[in-house]
Design a protein around this ligand. Structure first.
Ligand SMILES: Nc1nc2c(ncn2[C@@H]2O[C@H](COP(=O)(O)OP(=O)(O)O)[C@@H](O)[C@H]2O)c(=O)[nH]1
Ligand SMILES: [Mg+2]
Length: 238
């Protein structure tokens, strides 16, 4: 990541907790968070090395509630399940609805319920994969808890991160949530089948993603009718 990018990320993080009651409490919250993030990063790099040693390609899929994460993973799994052995980990505060939806497309799934936590962290992933025979898989997809904010605090040790938004969230959604776009490899703008009805300015969304992160690959998709899902699979290198 470029230096100025890192500076901007720290600037955004420094805004956190600014309204807590006293400077002392704020300093302690900020420094504890930094410590937690550092430990998370150390575990994430161990996870990545472990997955790589089994030649497993891994993807962290983040995005707002309802953007189409589960639907896109289902479409990918449907197309790849005859060629690859796939494990999907789904994070949600409660239920195993998404894991069941994806399992219907013939992939092994594990649902993690996080309670009040708004993102998965490396420890969640470690707890799952330490009990798995990793020789049995070629691909790992992780559907993170739905939102565009918290997952930026925790990397999971995957090879790539994919951020999904949909045009129903409005054309300002990328501009307003830069963090995950800075930290992702691929940005998907989903539900383009609804373009005529909503009149969303999709060009602006594509442009915003590129301004925020010039290295990000941007793709427009419709998980509903399959538009550009094959292109997404090739962008993922699969
Ligand atoms: N019209 C349309 N609906 C979609 C598309 N992708 C997902 N949906 C619908 O949007 C809702 C939320 O999708 P889901 O995959 O559960 O979103 P998630 O919360 O990000 O996992 C579901 O009713 C999907 O069927 C799309 O490309 N077009
Ligand atoms: Mg989902």
């Amino acid at each position: 990541m470029e230096n100025n990018n890192e500076e901007e990320i720290s600037r955004i993080k420094e805004l956190e907790s600014i309204n807590l009651s006293s400077d002392e409490i704020r300093d302690s919250v900020v420094s504890t968070k930094k410590q937690i993030e550092k430990q998370n990063e150390e575990l994430a790099s161990k996870i990545n090395a472990n997955l790589k040693s089994y030649k497993i390609k891994s993807f962290d899929i983040v995005g707002a509630i309802g953007a189409g994460k589960t639907e896109i993973i289902s479409q990918i799994v449907e197309r790849l399940q005859s060629r690859y052995r796939i494990l999907v980990i789904c994070g949600d505060i409660t239920t195993r609805v998404d894991a069941d939806r994806i399992e219907a497309h013939n992939a092994e799934t594990v649902q993690i319920n996080t309670g009040r936590e708004c993102a998965l962290n490396a420890y969640h992933i470690h707890q799952i994969i330490k009990n798995k025979d990793l020789q049995k898989y070629d691909l790992l997809f992780i559907e993170n808890v739905g939102n565009l904010i918290c997952p930026s605090d925790f990397i999971l040790g995957t090879d790539k991160r994919i951020v999904i938004v949909s045009i129903t969230e409005g054309e300002w959604v990328i501009e307003k949530h830069p963090m995950l776009f800075k930290m992702s490899d691929i940005a998907i703008i989903n539900k383009v089948d609804l373009k005529e009805r909503l009149g969303t300015n999709i060009d602006k969304m594509v442009k915003d993603a590129k301004i925020i992160n010039p290295n990000i690959e941007v793709l427009t998709t419709s998980a509903k009718n399959g538009t550009n899902i094959d292109q997404l699979i090739s962008l993922m290198g699969l």
